[in-house]
Design a protein around this ligand. Structure first.
Ligand SMILES: *Cc1c(COP(=O)(O)O)cnc(C)c1O
Length: 224
């Protein structure tokens, strides 16, 4: 078994080990900066969800991987308005929506022949007062605006908590996110995704209710 295949199997075992039995946690393989060969290998090992951060790099991979018919592409990096058209034309999900202008452009530019674009609102939760980000109220407002757009489907929230070695602080951030997610879920029946947890904090995120972990280096190796 190759290193990549065994890494994937390992991560899946870890997810199963820390998920409550009735709680399904999806694995998003974050392939930014990694070559298409590795994506193909992961796909052939059964992986279907892939996350990319940089639009140009991602579009090239998406076009070259058009033979992988069951693949699902998620944009998880920042999105500028001059790139929304390409994103609307090529991605299945955008997890990094942080303002209405971007959502509206994606809605308007989504081609008629494609299914709705799945989106998550990116929440910046942090205990540091200096950090900006969407507050819980801002999330509600943006969610209401997105839910009125016919070519988008609001699936939930995504977050990258500030780096910390303090487990309690991390638990606190994750549980705040879980609260925001639960509130949103009560309001919108399309909401089923709490995207949180990366290679370093996957277990803690799942313990706090994550439904999708985004794993890069633990699958594909360190990025240079
Ligand atoms: C790069 C990245 C990841 C994956 O990080 P790893 O630490 O390599 O698992 C997850 N989410 C986002 C938003 C990222 O940019």
């Amino acid at each position: 078994m190759s290193k990549l295949t065994s890494n994937l199997a390992n991560i899946k075992n870890q997810i199963a080990a820390c998920s409550p039995s009735n709680h399904n946690v999806q694995l998003l393989a974050v392939s930014k900066t990694k070559p298409l060969d590795m994506i193909r290998e992961a796909y052939h090992s059964g992986q279907r969800l892939f996350g990319e951060n940089y639009v140009q790099e991602a579009i090239e991979k998406i076009q070259s991987a058009s033979d992988l018919t069951e693949i699902e592409w998620h944009l998880i990096g920042p999105l500028q308005s001059n790139k929304t058209k390409q994103v609307a034309e090529h991605f299945d999900w955008v997890q990094s929506i942080d303002r209405f202008k971007i959502a509206q452009r994606l809605n308007d530019q989504r081609p008629d022949n494609l299914p709705v674009l799945n989106v998550c609102i990116q929440v910046n939760i942090s205990n540091e007062a200096s950090k900006s980000g969407l507050t819980s109220e801002a999330v509600c407002e943006l969610a209401a605006q997105i839910s009125a757009l016919p070519n988008l489907r609001l699936r939930g929230i995504m977050a990258i908590p500030a780096k910390t070695k303090d487990e309690q602080e991390l638990d606190q951030a994750f549980s705040q996110l879980f609260e925001i997610y639960k509130n949103l879920q009560q309001e919108y029946s399309s909401v089923d995704t709490l995207s949180m947890g990366m290679s370093q904090d996957m277990a803690q995120a799942i313990k706090n209710g994550s439904t999708m972990v985004r794993i890069g280096s633990a699958i594909f190796g360190q990025r240079t």
